[in-house]
Design a protein around this ligand. Structure first.
Ligand SMILES: [Mn+2]
Length: 429
């Protein structure tokens, strides 16, 4: 872990700092002409945080194969070490979202201390009732929280309540629930009764939440159930959240929508009703591809942040969405993908801060569609790279995180200490 110590990062930065200073000054001059103080934007960029998923630091895979990389983390302690490398370099990922039972340990206090020693805390905890675990009494083959068998539902509810306990010990304050429950054939499930069983199960989980906790309901339109998924869209998700109560909110995973859905509109609706839990950021071309954030459709990500910044500016009561990356890295080094993605999400936030909202309001009131669109595009086209780099540099991070990481030869140096585990698999949600 001393591979990326502060003095190493400082050495990496030395060569690039003079050029960054010039680029930052030039951008500052340009923004000043528009009445924007670049240091205000840089401070807001520095305050931006997005959590890293513990499952994201292992190499992912598809239904067909997984191609492991060198020096993969073999347990949650090593996953945290990789997450700490990311945080050291990008300085906007101070928390990790764990997944149970993949990250189960005997001593959660020790795990919390291990994380704290690495400069990390914990974000929302995730339950897993979409696959069977060794020694599990009953199978989830035909569902979990919505299963026709009360005993299976009770087992799934108990697991979620266990996750709340792990999360309390780790200092988390939210439980994310995604279920794969549904049917593969018309007629397989009674559509109303399956949802009623979900609500009944979730009510028990909801009642087990500590006072300062929330439960995030994550929907997904299909897979593994290919005909009818019980929590298939944001409408079902928000209706369930409304029925459960104030602590329940809807989580938006960018890959869990039908193609071409206007996700930023969904975000605006959830904000309006105080039901936006937060995000699982990723990108996709065809389905739930779990590609790196902004790699396919960065404008969509910007438009989502346009709504979020607008809500910040309006001072929407209770507005505090949780930001989390949720990606599967099949052909890249997961640490590099997560650093790139964190910076991409931060970039879209900063670009959204640059939108001239007074002008936009005016164009909207005047029905000037062309100039309204141009106002958004002007902010989106701004290259805010110097702001992101300067925010990292000021916080002790790397001006160029990928180059610094590669210079450290982290994987090569850890390869001997982290031999591959037979049968080891990373999970994907
Ligand atoms: Mn997700």
């Amino acid at each position: 872990m001393n591979l990326l110590a502060p003095d190493f990062i400082a050495t990496c930065n030395d060569a690039q700092a003079p050029m960054l200073a010039r680029d930052y000054a030039a951008l500052g001059e340009r923004l000043a002409r528009e009445g924007i103080d670049i240091d205000v934007i840089t401070r807001r960029a520095a305050a931006f945080e997005v959590a890293v998923p513990s499952w994201g630091v292992g190499t992912g895979g598809t239904r067909f194969a997984r191609f492991p990389g060198p020096a993969e983390p073999r347990n949650v302690f090593e996953k945290l070490e990789d997450c700490a490398v990311i945080q050291r370099l990008v300085r906007c990922t101070p928390r990790v979202s764990p997944h149970f039972p993949w990250d189960c340990v005997d001593d959660y206090a020790a795990l919390r201390e291990h994380a704290a020693a690495l400069g990390l805390g914990f974000d929302a905890v995730n339950s897993n009732t979409f696959q069977d675990q060794p020694a599990q009494a009953l199978s989830y083959k035909f569902g979990s929280l919505t299963h026709t068998s009360a005993a299976v539902r009770e087992q799934a509810v108990a697991h979620n309540i266990d996750c709340i306990g792990y999360g309390r010990a780790l200092g988390a304050r939210a439980l994310t629930v995604w279920i794969g429950d549904g049917g593969n054939f018309p007629g397989q499930q009674h559509l109303v009764r399956a949802l009623e069983r979900y609500l009944e199960s979730m009510r028990v989980i909801y009642d087990a939440l500590p006072a300062d906790w929330q439960v995030f309901i994550e929907h997904k339109c299909y897979e593994p159930a290919f005909y009818s998924t019980v929590i298939q869209d944001w409408g079902t998700s928000v209706l369930c959240a409304m029925e459960l109560g104030d602590k329940a909110r809807s989580l938006v995973d960018l890959g869990h929508h039908a193609p071409n859905v206007n996700i930023e509109m969904i975000v605006a609706r959830l904000i309006r009703f105080g039901k936006l839990a937060g995000f699982h950021f990723n990108d996709s071309k065809y389905g739930d591809d779990d590609l790196d954030s902004g790699s396919i459709n960065p404008y969509q990500l910007f438009l989502v942040f346009n709504e979020l910044v607008d809500a910040e500016r309006r001072g929407v009561s209770g507005f505090a969405p949780a930001y989390l990356l949720d990606q599967s890295h099949n052909v890249t080094d997961p640490i590099e993908s997560l650093m790139n993605s964190a910076a991409t999400v931060q970039r879209c936030y900063v670009q959204a801060l640059l939108v001239d909202r007074a002008a936009l309001d005016g164009y909207q009131d005047d029905n000037d569609a062309l100039m309204a669109g141009n106002t958004l595009k002007r902010a989106f086209h701004a290259d805010v790279s110097p702001i992101l780099a300067e925010a990292r540099r000021r916080a002790g991070g790397a001006i160029d995180p990928i180059a610094c990481y590669r210079a450290a030869r982290y994987r090569e140096r850890l390869a001997a200490a982290r031999p591959p585990l037979a049968g080891h698999r990373s999970g994907i949600v």
